[in-house]
Design a protein around this ligand. Structure first.
Ligand SMILES: *Cc1c(COP(=O)(O)O)cnc(C)c1O
Length: 386
């Protein structure tokens, strides 16, 4: 059977695997060599087998696996999520390009835009992902892309993705979405009509908090442009990290489904807790984008955010008292993590910018792991007792 036509769970385990298997090995071996004997007649630089040129079997297998999971023609892996985002944005924008970018954005992506784009002669405007009527007024003759995140950090907003895709089509823009928070388990951007889907594989795709990696998937044509720039900028993923990513992806579907279940259970529990003033989770009816999330996703992701009645002091105290969640500014792994965005992921923003985005000093972001949710709830209960 053609594995690319199988169900998601099967593709997560098998898609991209070489047939016949390399030396019969069930698991793709690590090609730990920087030199490969080359034919004397080679005439194309990109045909040289060299790890930076993304052409080891390890790159090929894991890139094809991720592409298959997202129903895309082609996929490419990178040394980090930021390598994927920066390389893809620069490749798409070309000389003097302008981007429309969702205002709720991963901190690293925001800093790339606000600190470096101007120096490189690139330009951007922030857009409100909720307000399609405001986008047209921000178009310029050199606008080439519209860039969003499926579920935005840290308040878990869901932009109007159907409108974004339609807008990009109407105006000939390359639509790009950072699908890190949703993963292909919960959202298939290419199927909805996005041109490029990007990931920090450091998070859910690898899932074990032990490598940094990134990915871009899309059509052959779009991915070829990105790959050509990657081969020269050099943010390529090392073969050993490819191997770990390949292994991590095999359990993606079971991990993410469990993480989503844990997040929904904890969100519902904390929503009724007197020490908690607000829970942000798109799976809750109280979330402003709940209906849109129900329309777009089967599950709502493994991350939620809470505000405590006691504010910043109570937030710091909760982190101190929790025993299962580790305080750490990442997400997507099998261990539950908790972080205060004000002092970690969003510390680069000014107080005014944070206030405008609704990121309060006492906000906490929780990334659910795969521990028993009853234990996590018990831990929150003991830690929230004042
Ligand atoms: C972590 C993250 C990134 C950056 O990925 P790295 O692997 O740390 O470079 C980009 N986007 C989102 C949504 C992230 O969570």
């Amino acid at each position: 059977m053609n594995v690319n036509k199988s169900r998601l769970e099967t593709r997560a385990v098998h898609a991209g695997t070489r047939s016949p298997r390399i030396e019969g090995a069930l698991v793709t071996p690590i090609f730990q060599s920087t030199v490969f004997e080359s034919p004397a007649s080679i005439d194309n630089y990109d045909d040289i087998v060299y790890p930076r040129l993304n052409n080891l079997p390890n790159h090929d297998v894991v890139g094809k696996r991720i592409a298959s999971l997202e129903g895309a023609e082609s996929g490419l892996v990178f040394a980090s999520g930021m390598a994927a985002i920066s390389t893809a944005l620069v490749a798409v924008l070309g000389k003097g390009g302008h981007a429309l970018v969702q205002d709720q954005l991963y901190g690293g992506t925001r800093t790339l835009l606000t600190t470096y784009f101007g120096d490189w002669g690139l330009d951007f405007d922030f857009i409100d992902g909720d307000d399609p009527d405001s986008w047209r007024g921000k178009l310029q003759t050199n606008t080439r892309t519209i860039f969003t995140e499926t579920i935005a950090n840290p308040l878990l907003q869901v932009a109007d993705h159907r409108a974004i895709v339609a807008f990009a089509r109407e105006h000939g823009l390359v639509s790009m979405v950072d699908n890190t928070f949703a993963t292909p388990v919960n959202f298939l951007p290419i199927e909805l009509g996005y041109d490029l889907s990007l990931h920090s594989c450091t998070k859910y795709l690898n899932g074990h908090s032990d490598i940094t990696a990134g990915a871009v998937v899309g059509s052959d044509t779009q991915v070829r442009r990105v790959r050509s720039l990657l081969n020269h900028l050099g943010g390529s993923l090392d073969a050993h990290a490819c191997f770990l990513l390949d292994r991590g992806i095999k359990t993606l579907v079971v991990r993410v489904r469990e993480q989503c279940r844990n997040a929904l259970t904890l969100a519902r529990h904390l929503e009724g807790h007197r020490a908690v003033s607000r829970v942000h989770y798109p799976g809750l009816e109280s979330h402003s984008h709940h209906q849109r999330a129900v329309d777009l996703f089967p599950d709502f992701g493994g991350v939620l955010a809470i505000e405590l009645a006691g504010g910043a002091d109570a937030a710091a105290q909760l982190i101190e008292r929790l025993t299962i969640p580790t305080s750490g500014p990442s997400l997507g792994g099998v261990e539950t993590l908790i972080t205060r965005p004000v002092v970690t992921s969003h510390s680069g923003l000014t107080a005014i910018e944070r206030e405008r985005l609704g990121i309060t000093d006492g906000l906490l972001r929780v990334s659910l792991g795969i521990e028993a949710v009853e234990d996590i709830i018990d831990d929150f209960e003991q830690a929230l007792v004042s």
